[in-house]
Structures are given as C-alpha cells and as structure tokens.
Design a protein around this ligand. Structure first.
Ligand code: PRX
Length: 635
C-alpha cells in the first residue's frame, strides 16, 4: 500500500488513521519516495503553537523547479507540460513540452538574474493567463526569488499596496490582456501604481496584444528580446526547506490584505500529494483548472501540484462566455480533458444558459469534476453532475484556503461516496476539530461549530509577510493550540463535513474573498460619504453580492442617487477592482451600533437577506430607531 496514492475507501481509512497516529512518519514516507532532494531533512516537523512556528523537513535542501521540471526531462521531455488555450478560439493552442518549459524557465531566470534579482528578493507578477505567467513564477522559484502574483483584475491602488507591502524590486507585466471581446490596458495600470512604489527598479513587459505603449526609459523593458538573448540553462538555486517560495495576498476581515507566506518543501510535498489523490491523476491525463494563477488555486493546482506530478496542465486565457457560453465545453472536447476543476459561480452562470451549449459537445473524456472557492448549492451540484459529468464523473467539492496552501477536505474520486454540498472527509494528515463559542471541541456527529485544524500540515502558510503578530492573532488566538479557519462547518451522521460559510466579516463574491473593511474605506473616500457598512446577500450566480449602507455627510433627501451610486462603485473599482462593486447601495441616516460604537452587521445582514422576523433584541443598541428606517427603505 502506498501512502501517496490511495485506491479504496478502506485504504483511505487505513492511511488516515496512520497519518493521525504518526503524522511525521506518514509525511516522511511520502517525501522520501516521490521527490528529488539535494539533501534529506534532519527533522520532519518541528512546531510550537505558542510561538506559532511551524517547520517542515528542516535541514532538507532542494529546488522546487527541479521537481516540477528537470526530473521529468529524461522520461517525459517531449510530453506537454503546459497546454495554453488562448482567449480567441481561432488562435492556435500552444503545447509547451517539459523540454521547452525547461528552456523557457531557465532563460527567464537568467533575465531575472541579469536584472539584479537574487535569492530572497520579491518579484511582483501582474500578468494575464498567458504562458509567461507560469514561466515567470517558475523562473523566480528557480533562482530563489519570492514571487508575489497579483491577480490582473486588481486596480492600480490594490497593486501598489501589494508591491509596497513586500517591497518588490521588479514587476513583470504585459502590454495588455484579452478578456473575451475586450482588451485591457494592463501596462497603464502598472504605470499608475508605480507612481507610488519606490522599491521597484525594473519592469519587464511581455507583448500580448501588440498595443502601442510607452516604455519608461531606464525602468521598463520588453521581455522578448531579453529572453531571445538569454542563456538557455540555469543552475537551480539550492533552497532550504523553509526558504520562502511565494507571497500571495488575501483579504482579511479588517485591515490591509494579508501577504500569506508559503515556504518550499512542505508546500511542494503537500500540493503534489493532494493533486495526485484528489484528481485521481494518471500519467496521460489532461488536466484543466479554470482558475487564474493570480489566486491560490492556480498556484497550487495549475502550476506546482500538476507539474510536480509530470502532468499536462491547461492554462486558459479567456472567459466562459466568449465567444459563447459553450466555450468551456468546446475546450474540454478539443483537448480531451480528463479532470475539470472550476468554481460554483462559473457553474451557476453556465447553468442559466441553454443546455444546448453543453449537449453539443462530446464530454466523454471527463473522469473527475472539481469545485472550489465557495459552498456549492444543491441545484448547481446537480446541474454539474447531470449535464457535465453525465452522472458518471464524481464531483470533488474541495474545501481549502489561501492559507492552507492545498486542498484539506474533499472526496477522493471513485473512493469516497459523494453527497451534494458536502466536502465530505479530511484528506490524510488533516485533523479537523469543530469548536463551540466557548472554546470547547464539539465531539460526535450531527453537530456544527467553527472549523479548526488541530495539527500542523506541510503546506500551511508560515506567517503574514512583515506581521507575524497578525498571523498569530488571526489564526491561532481564537482557540488554543489550533488553527482557526474563519469558516463554520457541520458534521453529519457519518462524519462528512459541510462548509456553511464564513463566520467573520469576509464575504465571498463569485469565489473571491472580499474583506468588508477595505471596501468601506474606499467608499468613505467619496467626499459626500460620512460612513458606510457592507454586508453580503444571496445572489443567484455570484453566491453572494454586496449590499452597502451609506451615510452621507449632508442629511435630508438625497438627490442624484444614481449618480452617487455610480461614483461610489467607480471609487471601489479604482481602489480594489471591479469584483468588489456593490450590487445594492442604500442611503441611510444611520447604521445600528452597539453602545461601544461597533456596527451591528448581524442586523444589517438580516435586513439585506430580507429576514425581518428574527432581528433579535435591538433595544440595547445605541440607536435602535435607525433599524425601522433601514427596513422601510431597503432595496
Ligand atoms: O470560506 C471558504 C471558501 O473560501 C475560503 C477561502 O478562500 P481563498 O483563500 O480565496 O481560497 C479559495 C480557493 C481555495 C474558505 O475559507 N471555500 C473554499 N472552498 C470551499 C469554500 N467554501 C465551501 N466549500 C468549498 N469547497
């Protein structure tokens, strides 16, 4: 029996029990057999919940790109590593073999070195879903630079905040990007951001849309000629197990975005292991995850996990609706996709369209379907199961987070019986606890509580860049000696988990985490706004949408409400990005507050959900009178 690839339910339980009995032995056996190490570790795990220090495979030396590329060269050199499917279906797909990937990553790594990038330096990558994105990520890892990918839908302000937080030395971007029928001028977003980023020395620009853009003398350079001239081999930097691999920002319920830091060895072992098992990956499969590499899903399950297994991983540049709503299924048919991994929001959007878009394609290659990012509702689950999976491809509902680095709770396809809306069972090595509000573990089945993890796992984020205290407070202070996820969950009669959603002020819109605080801060920048409060409310496609309660400085009747709404959304777009725009904006004279002045979001949430009969006791509020007024004027 191999720990690395579980084949039956009985084997899963055996492996799971072993992983709990002796976690270190469990992970050691996996690490030992399946990776290339320049030097093996001295200790498998060293941890201290009190200090919030977690060290995996200490003493080991490796380079993750050797594991993702070099070691495949002699057995799968000509196999496609990255299959790039462009935005425009008329443009030819690119098959980048492992050999070719090696060459391109090495060349890119040499260009980085020529521009003064060294081990430990931070490089910000702000690129659309083109091959250069995966290649630049791997090039950073090749030389030990820490990549910080910023999703190319974020605004210039959001980009600048992230660059400044980690003091990146370089930005890698493109002249623009395609998104369906539109083109987006990425370079000018970068230019705007860099007005305020003193740490940036160079900007490397990939050409994608052939637009006529200005390069800033001394700072910006076209990438293509540099790559052309670069040497095609680059000796990998030998890294310590706990050396930083990347930073990825995620929203918190308060304050600025958190730069989650992931390190090398544990992340590699965990993403490779989970990729193999959760997607039941077999050597000649073609695997497609529709996420953007700007999110953790893309890092772990487009780039590192698949490549560490020598897989063929698809990168799709476009959107599900272009040129029509059949695009996903057209791609599945065209490339004979075996594993297809997407988000509930995409499933819901496609389920609204004519079934003919799905039925006109041959999807018989599909063996496993995956979902991630937010709870999947029952209707969407069935639509996916019936129409895409034809009731024969198991759905893996994978629960995890930017912070966890890899999938934590998920069925294993063809092994774990699935149940709609349930992420089912923890993967081997993952010890779950449900906690009540008093800090006691809720034992037994048919219970719910706050979802926690009570033993370290290899791919956990090690800190928040530049703010270890915040890391400790956010994840390790709610309950003693365990990691708190911020999610609520229930455990059913057979021990399956269902994630019920966030229990903090993070709202998940179309699968993207949005903190209320930064959006409120952005709104409050509007000269007419005194204060604001954001809550989520259910939305048919996006899962949640945002509802804003806005108090204006000037009291009395609000004129030009629609203009104001537009301006508020414009400010949000500038500060964060279009994903954070509000669906509803209600102008109000006040928002309910506690006597200590804290906004009672619980009440606002209920009103936005139209759940008016159970608002709870409002009499202890500082300003109970505003509640009725908000109800009367709700949208
Ligand atoms: O609330 C959970 C939800 O997404 C959050 C993590 O978001 P992020 O860090 O952006 O990572 C998303 C991709 C891994 C979680 O705290 N979430 C993620 N997957 C699921 C989910 N909620 C329910 N079911 C899931 N499968």
């Amino acid at each position: 029996m191999s720990n690395y690839h579980v084949k039956t339910l009985e084997e899963y339980f055996q492996v799971y029990r072993k992983s709990v009995r002796n976690p270190e032995l469990f992970w050691e056996e996996i690490a030992e057999e399946h990776f290339v190490w320049r030097k093996k570790w001295d200790t498998v795990l060293d941890y201290d919940f009190e200090k919030t220090e977690f060290k995996w495979f200490e003493g080991a030396k490796l380079n993750i790109t050797e594991n993702c590329i070099d070691r495949h060269l002699h057995i799968r050199g000509d196999k496609t590593a990255i299959l790039f499917e462009p935005n425009n279906p008329k443009e030819e797909a690119q098959h980048i073999s492992y050999k070719e990937l090696h060459k391109r990553v090495c060349k890119f790594a040499n260009v980085l070195k020529d521009h003064g990038i060294k081990k430990g330096d931070r490089v910000c990558i702000y690129l659309p879903m083109i091959p250069e994105l995966a290649i630049s990520v791997l090039a950073c890892a090749r030389i030990g630079a820490v990549h910080s990918v910023v999703f190319a839908g974020f605004s210039s302000t959001a980009l600048a905040t992230r660059i400044n937080d980690c003091e990146a030395k370089m930005v890698i971007t493109s002249d623009g990007s395609y998104r369906g029928a539109k083109t987006i001028d990425l370079k000018s977003i970068v230019d705007e951001a860099l007005e305020d980023c003193p740490s940036i020395e160079n900007v490397l620009v990939a050409k994608r849309i052939n637009s006529d853009i200005q390069l800033k003398e001394g700072r910006d350079k076209w990438l293509a000629p540099l790559l052309e001239e670069a040497y095609q081999d680059c000796v990998p930097e030998i890294m310590d197990a706990e050396d930083p691999l990347f930073i990825l920002y995620t929203s918190g319920s308060t304050g600025s975005p958190k730069g989650m830091l992931h390190t090398t060895a544990g992340y590699m072992v965990y993403t490779a292991y989970t990729f193999k098992n959760v997607f039941n990956y077999k050597e000649n499969d073609v695997y497609w995850c529709t996420a953007d590499i700007g999110w953790i899903t893309g890092h772990s399950y487009i780039v590192y996990g698949p490549l560490a297994n020598g897989a063929t991983t698809v990168m799709f540049e476009g959107v599900p609706s272009y040129p029509d709503f059949g695009r996903f299924w057209e791609i599945v048919e065209k490339h004979n996709i075996n594993q297809f991994y997407t988000a509930p929001t995409a499933i819901r959007a496609l389920a609204k369209e004519n079934l003919e878009f799905v039925d006109s394609h041959n999807l018989s290659s599909v063996k496993v379907l995956g979902t991630v990012g937010e709870p999947i509702n029952e209707e969407a689950w069935h639509w996916y199961n019936d129409n895409v999976g034809k009731k024969k491809s198991p759905i893996v509902d994978t629960w995890w987070q930017t912070e966890t680095g890899g999938i934590m709770i998920s069925p294993l396809p063809y092994i774990t019986p699935t149940k709609p809306t349930y992420a089912t069972l923890p993967l081997p090595g993952i010890q779950i606890a449900l906690m009540d509000e008093n800090g006691k573990e809720v034992k037994g089945n048919q219970v719910d509580g706050r979802l926690c993890i009570k033993y370290p796992w290899p791919s956990m984020a090690r800190t928040i860049w530049g703010n270890h205290q915040r890391y400790k407070e956010t994840y390790f202070s709610a309950f003693d000696d365990m990691y708190f996820t911020g999610d609520g969950a229930l455990r059913d009669e057979v021990g399956y988990y269902r994630i019920t959603g966030r229990v903090d002020d993070v709202i998940i819109v179309s699968g993207h985490n949005l903190g209320t605080a930064p959006i409120e801060d952005a709104i409050n920048e509007h000269p007419a706004v005194a204060e604001s409060a954001i809550v989520g409310f259910p939305h048919e496609v996006k899962g949640n949408a945002l509802y804003g309660y806005v108090i204006l400085k000037e009291t009395g009747e609000v004129r030009n409400q629609d203009n104001l709404r537009k301006e508020i959304n414009q400010i949000i777009t500038e500060h964060i990005g279009p994903i954070a725009k509000l669906d509803k904006i209600q102008f109000t004279e006040g928002v309910p507050k506690t006597r200590s002045g804290k906004i009672m979001r619980r009440i606002l949430r209920k009103i936005a959900h139209n759940e008016l009969d159970n608002l709870g006791d409002v009499s202890t509020l500082l300003n109970p009178e505003v509640v009725q007024n908000i109800i009367d004027n709700r949208l």
